[in-house]
Design a binder for this molecule. Structure first.
Ligand SMILES: *[C@@H]1O[C@H](CO)[C@@H](O)[C@H](O)[C@H]1NC(C)=O
Ligand SMILES: *[C@@H]1O[C@H](CO)[C@@H](O)[C@H](O)[C@H]1NC(C)=O
Ligand SMILES: *[C@@H]1O[C@H](CO)[C@@H](O)[C@H](O)[C@H]1NC(C)=O
Ligand SMILES: *[C@@H]1O[C@H](CO)[C@@H](O)[C@H](O)[C@H]1NC(C)=O
Ligand SMILES: *[C@@H]1O[C@H](CO)[C@@H](O)[C@H](O)[C@H]1NC(C)=O
Ligand SMILES: *[C@@H]1O[C@H](CO)[C@@H](O)[C@H](O)[C@H]1NC(C)=O
Ligand SMILES: *[C@@H]1O[C@H](CO)[C@@H](O)[C@H](O)[C@H]1NC(C)=O
Length: 861
């Protein structure tokens, strides 16, 4: 009947909410509020799910109250058969054999609930509790369907990777394997980076994940977590090592300095090149310099880098595992300073109207930077800077206008700096004018081929520009400092100025100097020179001014012969004058026309000078007043003579001559006729001459005569070389004793008179000695021989010009030179009387001429 009830039973299934924990502990379903089944004998069905975990205990409830009867039965999933497990028909529970397969099954006392201590997987199925209540009154039948779901916890999963060392970019899979575990199982893949960051890499219900396009970020520890309704288990970790690289290397240069052409380093620095290329396994590095290998290793260090180390540096990174490589090249430029220091100069610009300052500092890399400072800052007020221009090859130039500069001198400094030098270096230059004015002069080449006009203006900074401007296109363009205009000799223009201009950038106006070429003009002091025979005479010839170019003055003598220094001539000359001295002038030989001449590039001149050599004037006649034998032996004859006063010349001495007349033993006839015969015979004989050079002597004794011979005597006055008329001859008279007193008396009287006159003259001279120094000197100071200088110089000058004509610029005196006769220097009496004059007076009107003093010489006796 029970079976029938059960079979009739109508199952009404309800689901009850249940909770689930990962620990596999079942929580019993809370029964829904008991629904009173209708009282029409209907069977009430109750449905519940109970979750159990393998090996754990589970309780299956059968109603809230204890029924009068119950039957637990079990239906295996997939089957229909209901098989009893335990029942209690009021007489205690009876456990069936089947229960053994369902675990250790017991009935909880005072209830109909079944406790299974260690639920086996076989207990998974539908437990049905058919419960009967109030069987005795109004029986009720309940069917409790208890679905026992037996779950298996997940076992420890383990991770599998298709490739634990995948190459970047490839694909791989990871599988999370586990042996047991009730589905559904959730898988979580965890990724732990090298540094310990754990992230969920993937999750899902499948146990395998495919990873495409592996990259280096996938490197790390992996584990998987498998979870089901019961529990959650984590695998142990596995290392995934992504193989990659090398990437393009990164190069770090220290010290770091980058320019548009790459890295730069200063010479002598230590440069370190560090190469890094991401790679797994780590890269192997090789360094190349200009394509040749220089180093293996990541860091290439050059201690004391030099300019020759400039070039391309390449780092090659290699992944030996993959046999892949990558390369990066940098260019390194080593900066080095120029040698020395900058050099400054200043040069003219814009045709010497401006200045250019040049600063140069060649060499070095990169080129040093240069800039000018100095006076231009104040003076230029920015214009200067506007002109500043930097030439990377040569340096820094600057153009300055003269208005912006001090005309005297300015100083400029060029400062140079270079990245490889810690300190700036500099140079300075100055501008200044030449200290003096331009100088012009002319000269002629030795061969007289060329005339050179030279102009110079030295000493400025920068140098001045010098150029010539002359007539008829005879010009010469500018040169620095000096300029020489070369003209063919004779082509220069006389009288036209040749102007030299000199331009310095510091001056707005050019300076100039001029040369006007002139033909020479010759001057002489006298065009006619008179001189007495026997003396030396100087002819002078001089150029009126210092002509440019200067040429020598040449003298030609009266024969027209070019004069040299000889015993006859003495030639003294400078560029300005030439004096010709004719020595011991001779009337015949040396009189005549002398000529001096000169010429220069633009003309010539000559001048004639007439030399008149005069004989001295005739001395006065002399008369022998006494010729006597002064001894009885007739071997000595005393002579006495007197000078006629009215003669025109002076005298310097006498010739005393005697001539053999006859011999005594032959005087037999004793007649005058025979004597005359003798005399005539003797007259053909030579005169024996005694020379007396003292003009004051009036008596002389001829000695050494032959007593037997009769002589005749005569006296001849001389005036230097001029010989006067001989006196009449006399034959000595025989000595007579009575004549002596008279002679002596007359001599004494004459001497007294002469002494008186001498005293008077001396008084006059001493009183007027300052006015008449020559007279004073003549008598008291000068020797007789010095008084031979007896030429009087008239103050005339002869001028001979370029045309060969004669100019008279000094008041040429057409009259000949004035001659003063020799002065008597005698112990005889002299009186200052103008009445009887043996000498010509000097020309009047010259205060400096000696005073005209007439010396009358009178001889008495
Ligand atoms: C897995 O389940 C089977 C059957 O229940 C059992 O025999 C085996 O021991 C279990 N394995 C593990 C690792 O629990
Ligand atoms: C992974 O790849 C395998 C083989 O290509 C494939 O069978 C599997 O379905 C893939 N799994 C996933 C989760 O894509
Ligand atoms: C790896 O991870 C870094 C940081 O998260 C990211 O910047 C980079 O792009 C990743 N690389 C790849 C290949 O995904
Ligand atoms: C290396 O190359 C650079 C640039 O091409 C060149 O200037 C340098 O002279 C080279 N150095 C040597 C040592 O060849
Ligand atoms: C330079 O200056 C000189 C003198 O002023 C002038 O004669 C010459 O023609 C100038 N030259 C130029 C190129 O300006
Ligand atoms: C030559 O003559 C000049 C006058 O023409 C004169 O000044 C100069 O002193 C003379 N020289 C000599 C050495 O006598
Ligand atoms: C000097 O003597 C000469 C010859 O005896 C004579 O011819 C001349 O006239 C005399 N002179 C004077 C001035 O008497």
């Amino acid at each position: 009947m029970v079976a029938k009830l059960l079979g009739l039973a109508f199952l009404y299934l309800t689901t009850s909410p249940f909770t689930f924990t990962a620990h596999g502990i079942s929580v019993y379903p809370v029964p829904t509020a008991a629904v009173e089944i209708n009282q029409n004998w209907e069977v009430v069905y109750r449905d519940a799910n109970v979750y159990g975990v393998v090996g754990k205990a589970v309780i299956l409830e059968c109603g809230a109250t204890v029924p009068d009867m119950y039957i637990w039965s079990f239906t295996k999933p997939g089957t229909e058969a209901i098989r009893a497990v335990v029942y209690n028909l009021g007489k205690g529970p009876v456990v069936q054999k089947l229960a053994e397969t369902l675990g250790q099954l017991t009935i909880i006392s005072n209830s109909a609930a079944v406790n299974i201590d260690k639920v086996p997987l076989a207990a998974h199925g539908l437990f049905t509790c058919q419960a009967f209540y109030d069987i005795n009154q109004e029986p009720k039948v309940y069917y409790y369907y208890v679905h026992l779901i037996v779950r298996v916890p997940v076992t420890n999963p383990y991770l599998l990777m298709s490739d634990a060392s995948p190459v970047e970019g490839s694909s791989m899979w990871m599988r999370c394997n586990l042996e047991n575990g009730t589905e559904p199982i959730q898988y979580v893949w965890q990724h732990e980076t090298r540094v310990g960051n754990v992230t969920v890499f993937a999750r899902g219900s499948g146990n395998q994940i495919n990873v495409t396009d592996i990259n280096r970020n996938h490197t790390g520890w992996y584990r998987c977590v498998a979870s089901n309704a019961v529990n959650s288990e984590t695998s142990s970790r596995l290392w995934l090592d992504t193989i990659y690289g090398p990437d393009v290397p990164r190069i770090d240069v220290t010290p770091y300095s980058i320019t548009e052409r790459g890295y730069s380093a200063l010479e002598r620095e230590t440069v370190s090149l560090m190469c890094q290329a991401q790679s797994n396994p780590a890269s192997q590095y090789v360094w190349f310099y200009n394509n040749s290998q220089v180093y293996a290793g990541p860091q290439y260090t050059i201690t004391k880098v030099l300019r020759m180390h400039t070039g391309d540096y390449a780092c090659l990174a290699q992944n030996t595992y993959l046999n892949t490589r990558s390369k990066k090249t940098i260019s390194l430029t080593v900066y080095y300073p120029p040698d020395g220091s900058p050099s400054c100069s200043v040069e003219p610009a814009l045709n010497h109207t401006s200045l250019r300052l040049l600063c140069s500092w060649p060499g070095g890399f990169p080129s040093p930077s240069l800039h000018w400072t100095g006076d231009l800052i104040q003076a230029g007020r920015g214009q200067a800077n506007a002109g500043q221009r930097t030439n990377p090859q040569t340096g820094s130039d600057i153009l300055l206008a003269p208005e912006s500069l001090s005309p005297v001198s300015s100083s400029f400094t060029c400062v140079g700096s270079h990245p490889a030098l810690s300190r700036q270096t500099q140079c300075s230059t100055q501008t200044y004018l030449p200290p003096a004015e331009p100088v012009c002069f002319a000269y002629v080449t030795n061969t007289r081929q060329y005339l050179m006009l030279s102009c110079s203006w030295d000493g400025g900074a920068p140098k001045a520009l010098v150029w010539w401007e002359g007539p008829a296109g005879q010009s010469q363009g500018g040169q620095e400092n000096s300029n020489i205009l070369v003209l063919r000799y004779g082509t220069a223009r006389s009288g036209n100025p040749y102007t030299c201009y000199a331009k310095h950038p510091l001056l707005l106006q050019a300076k100039s100097c001029s040369l006007t070429l002139e033909a020479p003009v010759l001057l002489t002091q006298r065009s006619v020179v008179s001189v007495y025979e026997g003396s030396d005479v100087q002819l002078t010839c001089s150029q009126r001014s210092n002509y440019l170019p200067a040429n020598e003055i040449t003298w030609f003598n009266n024969q027209g012969v070019d004069v040299r220094d000889t015993s006859k001539y003495l030639l003294l000359r400078t560029s300005a004058w030439a004096n010709l001295t004719v020595k011991e002038a001779d009337e015949v030989q040396d009189s005549g026309e002398y000529r001096c001449s000169t010429s220069n590039a633009v003309g010539g001149a000559e001048i004639n000078i007439t030399l008149v050599v005069k004989k001295h004037p005739m001395p006065p006649n002399v008369t022998l007043v006494r010729v006597t034998y002064s001894s009885p032996k007739r071997s000595e004859v005393a002579l006495e003579w007197q000078v006629e006063s009215d003669a025109d010349g002076g005298w310097t001495g006498f010739f005393l001559e005697h001539q053999w007349v006859s011999e005594r033993p032959k005087k037999k006839e004793g007649s005058n006729g025979s004597l005359v015969q003798m005399e005539e015979r003797a007259a053909s004989q030579d005169w024996y001459r005694s020379v007396i050079q003292d003009p004051g002597v009036r008596s002389y004794t001829v000695r050494g005569l032959t007593p037997t011979v009769t002589y005749r005597f005569r006296v001849t006055p001389t005036n230097y070389r001029t010989v006067g008329h001989p006196s009449a001859t006399k034959t000595p008279a025989e000595p007579r004793s009575n004549m002596y007193p008279a002679v002596i008396g007359a001599a004494i009287g004459g001497m007294l008179f002469a002494a008186l006159l001498t005293v008077l003259l001396l008084v006059f001279i001493i009183r007027n000695r300052h006015d008449h120094p020559r007279l004073h000197d003549m008598l008291f100071g000068l020797q007789h021989s010095q008084s031979r200088e007896n030429i009087n110089f008239p103050e005339d000058e002869m001028v001979r010009g370029s045309e060969g004509g004669t100019e008279d610029i000094g008041g040429l005196s057409s009259s000949g030179p004035t001659i003063s006769i020799p002065r008597a220097s005698s112990p005889l009496s002299a009186t200052p009387s103008p009445s009887s004059t043996p000498s010509q007076a000097p020309p009047p009107g010259d205060d400096n001429e000696p005073v005209s003093v007439t010396i009358t010489v009178k001889s008495t006796g």
